[in-house]
Write a protein that binds this ligand. Structure first.
Ligand SMILES: Cc1cc2nc3c(=O)[nH]c(=O)nc-3n(C[C@H](O)[C@H](O)[C@H](O)COP(=O)(O)OP(=O)(O)OC[C@H]3O[C@@H](n4cnc5c(N)ncnc54)[C@H](O)[C@@H]3O)c2cc1C
Ligand code: SF4
Length: 603
């Protein structure tokens, strides 16, 4: 088994997994190591992390590596055949109003967006699973924190996450032995920590999926796969092949030494080594087929290399193509039994899609000017962050005496003297009054590293106006109907964005700095466009009632017992915590459940 083509497929797969990113990678890993025969269908091309251009300098790239419309995150960004637009694969917004647009970032490569994600790996806290109980808004999850905690532990130990336990409210500590040590904070981060404390904002080590040291291959595999010696051996061998980070190269280009989590660096190698995983790349899935009993029988897909339509069968199907794409496949899988799309008897497929609330502000800090040259490279992204600190003013009291909005946000920091790029030294006129020549060079050195940035990442409450559906007028290059998005923020989100701006400006002020531009206190203007934070979840919500939800707490669709959705689509809420660690924990838990039910011949 291994990489196969539609011509060399086997005929006896237990499970088809659609997608190879965080969700598909985790699902296939767990199933394959549990002895389940898996076929993975991936729409993008085959990719090996060894391809990473991690050691190139910006000067070696066209336009000195700066972002372009087809490479918005820069020339060397790891994304292949993807981005805000994918040629031949359109999507649309139903409204023309600027504030009702939805942006959809897609990757089309083995490993999906895990090849260039930010690697921030935060656990949801207990409140995040029961938000409606707490403030009467949105939906509760049918599971609680304690149900998922053992799988958070496993994911952290497998992929390698650095961080610390701080005992903060709704910001769970990990059990001893799960986290790797956090790296030292950078100078600017230390200054933010010191000054933010005077405002009551805690700044602590962030949790990020980067190896500060090699994983303990003698201790961890037995904890991940108790009683499964073969899996332990395979995982131990693979852990030894991963190196620790050397803190010098931009992680968004991918990491050829496998020091950061990417699905093709962590999930797929041991799954392939088990002999239980086959992967077809360039396979664009578009329909789940049903048998006469109403069970999922397989998947139809387009072989992008030939344009031919193919079909494959298995005992169970898992959709893990990213939240909105899995919704698209469900809605396109129409039959007499499901005229409105598969597993859609509730009418909720596509409903309640969510992104993260985002707003940014930058400051210039005189205390950080003219620092002596020193190396601040570290991990791609900040080493510290500020978890939400105002839970005490929330809950049912968000309106009266509270903040005027429910839920909260965390703050991601940007500081440091990173590898200079094409725009290092640009936009300094407001500080230099337009210097040039020798004086300009002195000014660039003086201000280099004196800027700090703050990115708020907050919770959006699901609403009736944010959903996706099949566009009746548009198809992609293979004739597959595409999605049309409806999007609206509520006042909870826009007020939260205004609060972010005020907080960031206050922190810059306590640092003795100046805000670049001015804080935008009109939340509707301060908030980033829907989808642009690339944390889209929802569309196939899990719940306790088949009439109002699409899956149960095992990511199993209510309507079709051998059909599962293990990406972000089943999220009933989108906590401020970045979603990917939770996607993986849910996927591992669901895959354990599938393996158990297959063994008992229940599916
Ligand atoms: C720049 C950036 C930074 C980010 N930073 C963070 C962060 O710091 N922390 C965090 O938690 N999250 C972050 N994210 C979000 C994170 O990448 C996603 O939450 C995560 O990758 C979702 O996993 P997934 O498996 O659902 O989707 P993906 O990783 O997108 O994988 C889906 C896979 O399915 C394939 N596919 C799609 N459609 C089909 C089809 N029809 N047939 C077959 N295959 C298909 C795709 O090609 C892709 O390989 C970031 C994302 C980006 C882009
Ligand atoms: S900083 Fe570390 S994790 Fe990131 S690409 Fe470089 S070696 Fe890999």
């Amino acid at each position: 088994m291994g990489f196969v083509t539609p011509r060399t497929l086997a005929s006896d797969y237990d499970v088809i997994v659609v997608g190879s990113g965080a969700a598909g990678g985790q699902t296939a890993y767990t199933l394959a190591l549990e002895g389940v025969r898996v076929l993975m269908l991936e729409a993008g091309r085959r990719y090996d992390v060894a391809e990473s251009p991690m050691f190139r300098t910006y000067g070696e790239a066209p336009l000195r590596g700066t972002g372009t419309p087809d490479k918005p995150f820069g020339f060397y960004d790891a994304t292949i055949d993807g981005g805000w637009t994918v040629p031949g694969e359109p999507y649309h917004s139903a409204s023309r109003a600027p504030e009702e647009q939805f942006m959809w970032w897609r990757a089309r490569m083995l490993g999906g967006r895990t090849n260039h994600w930010g690697r921030i790996a935060l656990r949801n806290g207990p409140y995040d699973f029961k938000p409606r109980t707490r403030d009467g808004l949105g939906f509760d999850w049918p599971i609680g924190y304690d149900d998922l905690a053992p799988w958070y532990d496993k994911v952290e130990m497998l992929i390698g996450v650095y961080g610390s336990n701080e005992g903060l409210e709704n910001t769970p500590d990990s059990p001893e032995g799960c986290l790797l040590p956090a790296p030292a904070a950078r100078v600017g981060e230390r200054l933010i920590r010191q000054r933010a404390a005077t405002l009551g904002v805690p700044v602590v080590p962030i949790h990020r999926a980067v190896l500060t040291r090699k994983l303990d291959h003698q201790r961890i595999p037995a904890l991940l796969h108790p009683g499964n010696e073969r899996a332990q051996r395979l995982v131990a061998a693979d852990m030894q092949a991963r190196s620790a980070c050397f803190w010098a190269t931009p992680c968004g280009r991918g990491c050829s030494i496998r020091a950061t989590y990417q699905s093709p660096a962590v999930h797929l190698p041991p799954a392939l080594a088990s002999g239980n995983l086959d992967i077809v790349c360039d396979a664009m899935a578009y329909e789940v087929t049903l048998d006469a009993r109403g069970k999922a029988s397989g998947v139809r897909f387009v072989d992008k290399t030939t344009g031919r339509h193919e079909a494959v069968t298995a005992r169970a199907v898992v959709l893990a193509a990213s939240a909105c794409e899995s919704v698209r496949i469900l809605l396109n899988s129409k039959s007499a039994a499901f005229p409105d799309g598969l597993a859609n008897s509730s009418g909720k497929v596509g409903r309640y899609i969510m992104d993260t609330v985002g707003s940014d502000l930058e400051g210039q800090i005189p205390l950080l000017e003219d620092l002596p040259p020193h190396n601040e490279d570290g991990a791609g992204g900040s080493h510290l962050y500020a978890p939400w600190w105002l839970y005490g003013r929330q809950g049912r009291d968000w309106g009266k005496g509270g903040l005027g909005f429910a839920r909260g946000y965390h703050i991601e920091l940007g500081t440091g003297r990173r590898m200079p790029s094409a725009d290092t030294g640009a936009h300094l006129e407001w500080l230099t009054q337009g210097s040039y020549g020798k004086r300009f060079k002195e000014d660039v050195r003086r201000y280099y590293g004196s800027f700090v940035s703050f990115s708020g990442r907050g919770e959006m409450i699901p609403n009736e106006h944010s959903y996706c559906e099949i566009d009746p007028h548009a198809r992609d290059q293979w004739g597959i109907p595409v999605l049309r998005f409806h999007w609206r923020w509520s006042a909870h989100e826009t007020r939260q964005a205004a609060h972010m701006q005020k907080t960031f400006a206050d922190i810059v002020d306590t640092m003795g700095g100046k805000v670049v531009g001015k804080p935008e206190l009109d939340g509707a203007k301060a908030i980033a466009p829907g989808g642009s934070i690339i944390h889209e979840v929802g569309g196939a919500l899990m719940g306790a009632d088949p009439k109002t939800s699409v899956t149960n707490g095992w990511c199993q669709t209510w309507d079709v017992s051998n059909l599962f959705v293990t990406d972000g689509a089943p999220f009933p809420s989108n906590a401020d915590k970045n979603p990917t660690l939770t996607i993986m924990a849910l996927a591992w838990r669901a895959a354990d459940h599938i393996a158990q039910r297959l063994r008992r011949k229940e599916i």
